[in-house]
Write a protein that binds this ligand. Structure first.
Ligand code: SAH
Length: 220
């Protein structure tokens, strides 16, 4: 179920769907996704689909995780750029965090549901993902004390572009974010901060859980 062959099949599928960065494919192959889902679902962990993780939340589809990671890091010349400082909104189970972590020097990650975050901290510590600082807060505020960021990745969908996050981008920095109504059409956007404003690219249709305001206690 969690064999090398199953993982190879997943990686092959992502490659066919346009993930061309070998380092990202290799990272997807190596992150043990079965440890991020309930044991009852571990046989499905290497399918290219989203799965429930409790608290009404989901672990993202591997293709989307790879696509967002690539969109954040590709350098336009066929390579990857390593980011000094990046921010993630929507830690959830930490799968996207784990995939991204080797490509950034310092990663900051915000989750609004406290119990999800405490499980994730433990899981990532066990997996030796150790360049991440976590915060239980409303990601709409970003992380002002650490801004600006070279990259920001949002794994829940706000209805509109999140203005505060845009202001926390460094020049040349990118925000990768799904924008649109809950249950309606959401578009994955890559917004780049330039010297005199922002440029936007549409990376396609996606389906994310909504980005919600405020913190939540959740149920243990
Ligand atoms: N990144 C995860 C997917 C998380 S699902 C993965 O790799 O699989 C989206 C997460 O965003 C949920 O855990 C949800 O609680 C969180 N979220 C939603 N709105 C938020 C907000 N305003 N601030 C921080 N986290 C938020």
């Amino acid at each position: 179920m969690t064999s090398a062959r199953t993982r190879d099949r997943l990686v092959e599928r992502l490659r066919q769907n346009g993930i061309y960065q070998e380092q990202i494919l290799e990272r997807i192959r190596n992150v043990p996704r079965h440890l991020f889902v309930d044991e009852a679902l571990s046989s499905r962990a290497y399918e290219d689909s989203a799965l429930p993780i409790g608290q009404g939340q989901t672990i993202s589809q591997p293709y989307i995780v790879a696509l967002m990671t690539q969109a954040l890091l590709e350098d336009g010349a066929g390579g990857l750029r390593m980011l000094p400082k990046a921010l993630e909104i929507g830690t959830g189970c930490g799968y996207q965090t784990a995939v991204l972590s080797p490509f950034v020097r310092r990663l900051f990650s915000i989750e609004r549901i406290a119990p999800l975050l405490s499980q994730t901290r433990d899981r990532l510590r066990e997996l030796k993902v150790d360049n991440v600082r976590f915060r239980n807060d409303d990601g709409f505020n970003g992380w002002p004390g650490q801004a600006p960021f070279d990259g920001i990745i949002v794994t829940a969908a706000p209805q509109r572009e999140p203005d505060t996050l845009l202001t926390q981008l460094a020049p040349g920095g990118r925000l990768v974010v799904p924008v649109g109504p809950n249950g309606g059409e959401q578009r994955l956007l890559r917004i780049t901060r330039t010297d005199d404003g922002y440029t936007r690219e549409d990376l396609g249709a996606v389906a994310f859980v909504p980005m919600l305001e405020g913190k939540e206690k959740g149920v243990r």
